[in-house]
Design a protein around this ligand. Structure first.
Ligand SMILES: [Zn+2]
Length: 370
């Protein structure tokens, strides 16, 4: 699967190994051949934000490495995090700010009380604890989200704020009115998904007839979600791009530790390709902050997550690019929550605070703005 993912990301002749639907059309290769734009000599103040989430991805594999017991039980050689996730470490941890690393101050948490996906995403994107959303079945978010607020405050067209996710239910967290943003959630959900037909490559993903593996119902595997997000990024240069990946959680629930690690590795390949893409996008890339976080953790023994598993409240956050300083793993000034992310990103983007907004995560702000 890693090989297929890499092929989709980098493509070229490797595409012949993919099912016919997935052969990259020439228009995609043209984008890769496009000359890189001159890169500014220093990062610029944040003008754009790319928020990436990876569902149910534990801090242990991110900051330490594979779990010795689970690795042994699956005949896997132990791997250090820095070796297993080189792009994430290089670009986001050492090249930016990491909050929630063990031994580095207060941890970071989902507010709960239910530590599952839709409550986590509604908290993350609204900037408020999702005290009303207690399961993955809760209704459309009623509080304006990061995407809503940036679009309104900066008077942007819908194409400038986009959400692309593997899980179809994500659309209940992206906006109070998904007609006013660009959303593709799962293989078929998202009322504005047609706006993602930015080229033949993107269209072939939107038209894909395959099944939901490794998820269920209308799930779209991360490798396709990631490719679609990169095509949209290059073609539309959005001010806010939310990318919701989820294969880690699917394999976690299946009790499949080797494939869970593989999905973490796929995320790492995507992060590498994302930074390579931004590097070629000149002033746009230099003014873009990339944030990576997760919606919930797991019980200590990796058996499940939710309100009855307090350890599954623990999350983490990485950020780099634009105004974000290069501080590495920091000891956070206070205990942060998922609800602190949206006010932080609004501050970085220069969107005025509203009544009831929480204080931003100061470690992500440039020193002169703290
Ligand atoms: Zn889950």
């Amino acid at each position: 699967m890693s090989r297929i993912f890499l092929a989709l990301l980098l493509c070229g002749s490797a595409c012949t190994a993919l099912p016919p639907t997935w052969r990259r059309p020439d228009s995609c290769l043209e984008l890769l051949r496009a000359p890189a734009e001159p890169r500014p000599s220093a990062p610029s103040p944040t003008r754009n934000v790319i928020l990436v989430t990876i569902d149910g991805a534990r801090w242990q594999e991110l900051f330490v490495g594979s779990d010795p017991e689970l690795a042994r039980a699956n005949d896997l050689a132990p791997r250090e995090a820095r070796v297993a996730l080189p792009n994430i470490w290089r670009h986001l941890i050492e090249g930016g700010v990491a909050i929630g690393a063990p031994g580095h101050g207060a941890a970071m948490y989902a507010s709960g009380p239910e530590f599952s996906s839709l409550p986590g995403y509604q908290e993350l994107l609204s900037g408020r604890p999702a005290s009303e959303c207690l399961s993955n079945r809760c209704p459309q978010i009623a509080i304006p989200t990061l995407l809503d607020r940036v679009r309104d405050a900066l008077a942007l067209p819908p194409a400038a704020v986009a959400a692309i996710s593997s899980w179809e239910r994500m659309e209940r967290a992206t906006s109070v009115d998904n007609h006013r943003v660009v959303v593709s959630a799962g293989r078929r959900h998202g009322v504005t998904r047609e706006a993602l037909r930015v080229n033949e490559c993107a269209s072939s993903i939107l038209d894909f007839e395959g099944g939901p593996a490794p998820g269920h119902v209308d799930y779209r595997a991360d490798r396709y979600t990631a490719r679609l997000a990169l095509e949209y990024l290059r073609a539309r240069r959005p001010r806010v791009l939310f990318v919701g990946l989820g294969d880690t959680d699917e394999y976690g629930h299946a009790g499949d530790y080797p494939w869970y690690l593989d999905a973490y590795g796929q995320l790492d390949l995507f992060i590498g390709e994302l930074f390579r893409t931004l590097d070629r996008m000149g002033a746009y890339g230099a003014a873009t902050t990339v944030v990576l976080t997760t919606d919930h953790g797991w019980a200590e023994d990796f058996s499940g997550h939710g309100g009855e598993e307090p350890a599954s409240a623990r999350v983490w956050l990485l950020a780099a690019g634009g105004s974000v300083p290069r501080s590495g793993r920091v000891a956070a000034a206070r205990e942060y929550h998922l609800a602190d992310v949206t006010p932080t990103l609004l501050t970085l983007l220069g969107v005025p605070a509203a009544a009831g907004d929480r204080a931003p995560i100061v470690e992500l702000l440039p020193r002169e703005a703290r």
